[in-house]
Design a protein around this ligand. Structure first.
Ligand code: IMP
Length: 427
């Protein structure tokens, strides 16, 4: 396969970073297609762990071209900090391209994110506070500033004048501080010597790479259930993390993604508010999994909510994306439990259903139907071959495959690269 997309199949934080890191070592080009610095994953480089939010996973490999494509929303000041971190790690010859069509997360977008959450009170989304929603709103309401605008100072000035008039009105409505045009313009212009050389037409760059059969990895951010349309709306992010959306966000043909690797955690987690049908409400049991799995947000450090794997949710994601090959992550975490549950359907108002209701009110009323399997009660982190897993672990994997139609091609049994069982290479 010369192109592969990584697809988070739950509510994000499925462990995409580890698999992305593994695949990125084989890629010529690594692409982020959506989201912004609300995402976060860590990359191990020369034995040290680095937290990346925006920079693609190939950044430590000088051979790889890293692309922030048209659909990404970029906080340029955050990006500069990340670039600084990479340089401090001794990597000076990285290759980075930033789309001239990518939206800039403006300082007022971050303020508006906070102001909206505050105004929503108990109904708040629990965003990462990175200004992601307001920036995608700017895109849709045609009041955004894009990376390419930085390269045309006269146009940038006009544009800022037009949009700041509207943005300041919105900020005033929330009682938030407003922005002074000249100051903000100077702040933007100061980015040009620092980022200007990276900015270009990434859509035509990617088309050229596709024509040359370069190996392209589309790394995922967030998860399918946070999709702006098909997720648990409105408790979602403001873009589409579905692999279906990659061609749109990157400006390439619809058939450019040859294969998708779904990433599924052996249990489910969610950060932020919103319904979660298979959530484990037993605080002590959830605590065991949270601590063993280090389930705290990479960006916000918030404790993640914990639930059982939900095969009804996964079937929904399969129907949305067509994903077939899957990496099952963090399986080792379940080894300390006596019993493992699998959600395999829902009851809504006394009636069994197997579809995802469109309102969060209804999703919140779903009662999960469970099967129960025994755990393997032991440490599996040193297992290298699928055949050598304990029978209970193989049974757990086979049951998920049967209930979802997925083929589990990789099983992660520990955080290190070596702690991965590979049943089939997909890239
Ligand atoms: P936003 O993307 O910051 O607007 O946040 C909207 C929702 O998406 C919140 O529930 C966040 O916790 C969630 N979210 C955004 N990015 C991630 C991620 O990378 N992992 C998990 N959840 C995320």
């Amino acid at each position: 396969m010369s192109t592969l997309a990584i697809q988070g199949c739950q509510w994000g934080d499925e462990g995409k970073g580890k698999i992305t890191d593994y695949c990125a070592s084989k890629a010529d080009v690594v692409v982020r297609s959506q989201g912004g610095n609300n995402a976060g994953h860590s990359i191990v480089h020369q034995g040290q762990r680095y937290a990346l939010r925006l920079l693609p996973s190939g950044i430590f490999n000088p051979r790889v071209v890293n692309v922030l494509s048209d659909g990404v929303v970029i906080n340029p000041w955050g990006l500069l900090e990340e670039i600084d971190g990479v340089k401090k790690a001794g990597v000076t010859s990285f290759q980075l391209l930033i789309s001239n069509r990518a939206q800039i997360v403006m300082p007022y977008d971050v303020d508006l994110d906070h102001a909206r959450e505050l105004a929503l009170g108990n109904a708040k989304i629990g965003t990462t506070g990175r200004g992601i929603g307001p920036t995608y709103e700017d895109m849709a309401s045609r009041t955004g500033i894009r990376m390419g605008d930085l390269l045309e100072p006269h146009y940038l000035k006009e544009r800022l004048h037009e949009v700041l008039f509207i943005k300041n009105k919105e900020l005033e409505a929330f009682g938030a501080k407003t922005y002074e045009e000249d100051e903000l313009y100077a702040k933007l212009l100061a980015l040009v010597p620092l980022l200007g050389d990276y900015i270009q037409d990434t859509s035509s760059f990617l088309s050229k790479c596709l024509g040359e059969k370069k190996k392209i990895l589309f790394e995922g951010a967030q998860g399918a259930m946070l999709d702006i349309i098909h997720g648990t709306y409105p408790y979602v992010t403001s873009s589409s993390p579905l692999s279906n959306a990659i061609p749109f966000y990157c400006g390439i043909p619809v058939n450019s993604v040859e294969n998708t690797l779904g990433i599924v955690k052996a249990y489910t987690t969610r950060v932020g508010a919103g319904p979660f049908p298979s959530e484990i409400l037993d605080v002590d049991k959830a605590h065991i999994i949270r601590e063993k799995g280090h389930e705290y947000g990479t960006v916000t450090k918030r404790p993640r909510r914990i639930g059982w794997i939900d095969c009804a949710e996964l079937r929904y994601v399969k129907s949305l994306t067509g994903v077939h090959d899957v990496a099952l992550m963090l399986l080792d975490v379940l080894g300390d439990l006596d019993e493992i549950k699998i959600c395999n359907g829902y009851v809504l108002d006394g009636v069994s259903i197997d579809t995802m209701p469109s309102t969060v009110e209804a999703v919140g009323r779903l009662e999960a139907k469970y099967l129960s399997l025994p755990s393997w009660k032991g440490d599996i982190s040193s297992v290298k071959r699928y055949e050598d897993l304990p029978p209970e672990a193989k049974n757990y994997i086979a049951t998920i495959e049967n209930l979802t139609g997925f083929h589990i091609v990789m099983v992660s049994v520990g955080p290190d690269k070596e702690e991965t069982i590979i049943r089939k290479e997909v890239f």
